[in-house]
Write a protein that binds this ligand. Structure first.
Ligand code: NDP
Length: 340
């Protein structure tokens, strides 16, 4: 067997935690050949729920699960960790301003960043799921000066997967037939889903440009433009609200599945298509360096590399600029509050 990996999950007693931990423990994230040591971090209010989850994890008798520890101690939670999934966050309460929300999340993500800096393994990889995820990742990264900034990522894989699912249903093809779709920007309603470089591959292995395939199904390029702006983008960007309305509570299993996909691909590689990850910008595509924004990326040797040289259409460019402006506003707010 491979060397065991230590995986820390914060907010382990919550909804997403409940959907996430069993999949990690079963080997879905790192493969069944890699034993996992789970570290469940909670605040006192969530401790009982996390402990109950730990009991159920024992009862699954997963061959890949080497150990489980539950703690409320941030330092102990990140000691020696290889993979940190930061799920627990402060949800926006009624009447809460964005500044209050960022302030509350600073109290969570700054100490976690510092604990990762002090105690995590040298190869630590961090995924922030708790919202506002991009800016929470920025706060954690700012408090971990010894960890390379590109190891702090925020999750846009759920948005990416939602886009794939909508495209597959519209084209009546399997999800696996679709590649090279991108979600740019912030994990928020301003995100910029982009299908311009997408490819759909038929059962014989013949590739077709996604816009062309959509034109065939929808009735021409004009109909595609209309569908993208009027149906596809709003559906993907507002899917979270749709789930809440239909299910009666927020999406959890799909968020957990996306977190599993994100870490799986980061560690084991992306394969033939790129995917979407919010990582620190190096200035690519005109996104201000230092912001944590979503890009088309491939994982090479366990590092997310931004796919270069893609042409960006004016409509997508305008959406990216708006979303990046939102990230800049959030960054400026945490700066003015002295949080980074
Ligand atoms: P969930 O497990 O449902 O959600 C956790 C976080 O994930 C929220 O910030 C949520 O954002 C975010 N999120 C990101 N993407 C999605 C998505 N697609 N769908 C739904 N949520 C998404 O929250 P619970 O309240 O059930 O559980 C949170 C747990 O975290 C609690 O047990 C609490 O005790 C714990 N906690 C732990 C902390 C720590 O370990 N230090 C700190 C704070 C809380 P959004 O709010 O926008 O839905």
């Amino acid at each position: 067997a491979n060397t065991p990996m230590t995986i820390t999950v914060t907010g382990a007693g919550g909804q997403i935690g409940y959907a996430l931990l069993f999949r990690i423990a079963s080997g879905a994230m790192l493969g069944i050949g890699t034993p996992v040591r789970l570290r469940l971090l909670e605040i006192p209010a969530g401790l009982n729920a996390a402990e109950g989850t730990a009991l159920e994890l024992q009862d699954c008798a997963f061959p890949t699960l080497a150990s489980i520890d539950v703690t409320t101690d941030v330092s102990a939670g990140f000691e020696g960790t290889n993979i940190a999934l930061l799920v627990g966050a402060r949800p926006r309460g009624p009447g809460m301003e964005r500044g209050d929300l960022l302030q509350a999340n600073r109290a969570i993500f700054a100490p976690q960043g510092a604990a990762i800096n002090a105690g995590a393994a040298d190869d630590v990889k961090v995924l922030v799921v708790g919202n506002p995820a991009n800016t929470n990742a920025l706060i954690a990264s700012a408090h971990a000066p010894d960890v390379p900034a590109e190891r702090f990522t925020a999750m846009t894989r759920l948005d990416h997967n939602r886009a794939l699912a909508q495209l597959a249903m519209t084209l009546r093809v399997p999800v696996s037939a679709i590649s090279n779709v991108t979600v740019w920007g912030n994990h928020s309603a301003t995100q910029a889903p982009d299908i311009a470089h997408g490819i759909v591959t038929d059962s014989r292995g013949v590739p077709q440009a996604l816009p062309e395939a959509l034109a065939g199904v929808l009735g021409g390029p004009g109909a595609v433009a209309e569908w993208l702006g009027g149906t596809f983008i709003p559906r993907v960007a507002k899917r979270g609200a749709e789930i809440i309305e239909v299910r009666g509570s927020s999406s959890a299993a799909s968020a957990a599945a996306a977190a599993v996909d994100h870490m799986h691909d980061w560690v084991l590689g992306t394969g033939s298509s790129w995917t979407s990850v919010a990582r620190v910008s190096d200035g690519s595509y005109g996104v201000e360096a230092g912001l944590i924004s979503s890009f088309p990326v491939r994982s090479n040797n366990q590092a997310w590399e931004i796919e270069q040289g893609l042409e960006v259409s004016p409509a997508v460019r305008a959406r990216i600029d708006r979303s990046v402006q939102e990230l800049r506003d959030e960054r400026d707010m945490v700066r003015s509050l002295g949080l980074v």
